[in-house]
Design a protein around this ligand. Sequence first.
Ligand code: NAI
Length: 511
Amino acid sequence: MTMNSTVNKLDEAPLLVVGAGVMGVGIAQVAAQAGHAVMLYDAREGAAAEAKTKLAKSLDALVAKGKLTAQGVSQTLSRIEAIASLAAAAPARLVIEAIVEKLDVKRGLFQQLEAIVAADCVLATNTSSISVTAIANGLQHPARLVGMHFFNPVPQMRLVEVVSGLQTDPAVAALIFDLAGVWGKVAVHARSTPGFIVNRIARPFYAETLALLQEQAATPAVLDACLRAVGFRMGPCALMDLIGHDTNFAVTSSVYEANFYDKRFAPSLVQRELVDGGLLGRKSGRGFYDYTAGAVQPGNTDFAPVPLPVAPVAQSLCVQGVGPVAERLVAALAQAGRAFARDESSDWVGLAIVADGAELRLTDGRPASQLGAEVAVFDLPVSSETGIALAWAPSSRASAGWCAAAATWLQALGFSPQRIADVPGLVVARTLAMLINEAADAVLHGVCTPEGADAAMKLGVNYPAGPFEWLAQWETRNVIGCLDALDAHYRGERYRVSPWLRQRAWQEGVQ
Ligand code: NAI
């Protein structure tokens, strides 16, 4: 069957939500608030009615806080009917399934539903990891099955990934896309591939931190501080502790397996060790951090501004290169009233302390030790705020004097320097490069558009910017340079550059 223009919009159509768990109830609430008559069904006897009672309590609490009106809540609740048998669902024009995450159970449910609902009833699955194409296999009308992937908590999270399988009718995907908009959500089209958009593109956020921990490059607190400085609400370690290492490890493993064990998605031994040891994060009382009563939580790294180091008489300073980071150094030196030269043709960005023969370089992906002796590299500062945590590393051949001086220079230039091991791409640069790379591959594979990827990451996981927004700021050649340096250092498949990025660089006239 093909859905065609005879299909009306789904606004206010009666709908069935199957599964009265955390997601199903959230979906039922949002649909009812948008005016739909909602039937709620759960295989466990009494579960749908219990869920409605629980929902009533939580909505009443919002009335007490003045966030909803009593009349609105009673209208919403009057539209939700807990049904005891699927046979009662015949009038539904849309079914949204939010049951257990098992392919055979979901398939069985939709096959059963096809015998109950009308031939033009749209079937949607809220699966977060199962192929929509696979769920549709065996249906009489596979074209009407589509993914409608909400995020938890459903009433608050604005993103809906509209996931099309191989046989999904584009008209059905368009109906669900429009409906999500009517419900106040931002819908993004996605092709059914492992992890869809958000769970795929987000992998490096965790993976790079885990790789750095494995190399003992920095502590969880330092890594978290450096990434919070980009504007992420939580650092990866704190976030994995919140999600639960068992859940996070399971998602990573499923994406890895579904990508035929592509090393880019490989799970981490560091995380498996936590899972094996039952250190699951907040829910078990300990993960990377200790959550037991009285434990001290890592807070923000302290930043105390210091004056620029006093220069020897003959010392001269030179700001190297062009771009936002060079401009930032220029502004900091000018504000401090320090004389400096500029070398805009330099092939690196940063500050040369000429008399000392020392270089403070913005990372281009290569470790400091590869660049010279009196060299220190610093991470990509994304936020323009003063005092942000910023990773840096000296060359393994740097003198003790330069190691101390480099930190002081960074502090005087307005950063809170966090010394880590001399790893390629430090913390922020490598993490953003890999997020951008993954997003580029998703676009290359037709999973989503660049705009869709940006919207999905900002609304689905609250990223401070989308990967293509970072790409525009940082420039394609710099992102490729960082990835190539990582690839040269580690070898293997993990840091290979997406062909999409190479094409873009060529389009921009960069080799
Ligand atoms: P849950 O475990 O809270 O609720 C699932 C409900 O489905 C339970 O009440 C269970 O009794 C019922 N159920 C199981 N098999 C059934 C069947 N054959 N027929 C009818 N009801 C059945 O699970 P949750 O977290 O609400 O997840 C549901 C779905 O949503 C899963 O596919 C999950 O992957 C997906 N999802 C979950 C998110 C989350 O953060 N929890 C986020 C996005 C998607």
